[in-house]
Design a protein around this ligand. Structure first.
Ligand code: 1GP
Length: 242
């Protein structure tokens, strides 16, 4: 029998239904030195990562294409764009988180950038994964809040975070991303992850401010389907070494 090739979204759904937890390493092209790239990719290959996310709130340098080409050559992991704006689209990746910043009220990040990106994406083979992106207050102003000029949702207001996630699901989002922001002082609270994952059926990504393996496990235990690690791996490529 011919083996069916699953899309990225189908793989995530399958993992969720099998109880398999997923891990994405986030690479910010601005923070990568190309001379260390192959060493970094070796470290990713030795890690438990199941996905690679590429992006940042603002990407100033032009290494995006080169980075993705190298990743595609040297790893088998799906490479998924996690863009801050439409300039960060590369047809060389496998997919893109098509984000709408549901926690904010800035129309640019709710729909304008999506309108700009849609015709570009239509010309690529990227798998477009509609993602409701919810920024949670995390103790310091993060790049997402600064760049998007939006306020994160309060850590205390669980009802509002739940209503926002439910609205995302009802609008047809295929994933919900609970984001504390890169380098956040505090990650998304466990109670919040529990509440959201118990009440939406779509997979939930959790990221921002997770600095150790215990933090990853805590998010999984609370119900996260996929955890994102950026800064901690950036600062220490031995992060996953036993
Ligand atoms: C940021 O959720 C990601 O968008 C990862 O955050 O850099 O804090 O791991 P960290």
């Amino acid at each position: 029998m011919q083996e069916q090739i699953l899309t990225i979204r189908q793989q995530i759904l399958e993992a969720k239904s099998n109880g398999q937890k997923l891990l994405a390493i986030l690479l910010d092209p601005d923070k990568i030195e190309l001379k260390n790239l192959y060493q970094l990719i070796d470290k990713i290959n030795q890690s438990p990562a199941t996905h690679i996310f590429v992006g940042g709130s603002i990407v100033r340098n032009n290494i995006l294409e080169e980075l993705i080409t190298a990743l595609k050559q040297k790893t088998n992991l799906p490479v998924i764009l996690f863009p801050g704006d439409p300039s960060q689209i590369s047809s060389k990746a496998d997919g893109i988180l098509f984000l709408s910043l549901l926690s904010g009220r800035n129309p640019d990040y709710l729909i304008e950038y999506q309108v700009q990106a849609a015709p570009i994406l239509k010309k690529t083979n990227l798998e477009v994964i509609s993602t409701g992106y919810i920024l949670i207050e995390s103790g310091n102003e993060t790049a997402v809040a600064r760049v998007s000029k939006t306020k994160p949702l309060s850590r205390e207001n669980l009802d509002l975070v739940l209503a926002t996630a439910l609205a995302g699901e009802m609008l047809g989002n295929q994933l919900i991303y609970l984001e504390a922001g890169s380098g956040a002082k505090q990650p998304v609270p466990k109670e919040m992850i529990e509440l959201i994952t118990q009440n939406v059926r779509i997979p939930v990504i959790v990221g921002g401010g997770i600095v150790d393996l215990h933090g990853i496990q805590k998010a999984y235990n609370a119900g996260a389907d996929l955890v994102v690690i950026g800064t901690a791996f950036e600062n220490n490529s031995h992060f996953f070494d036993l």
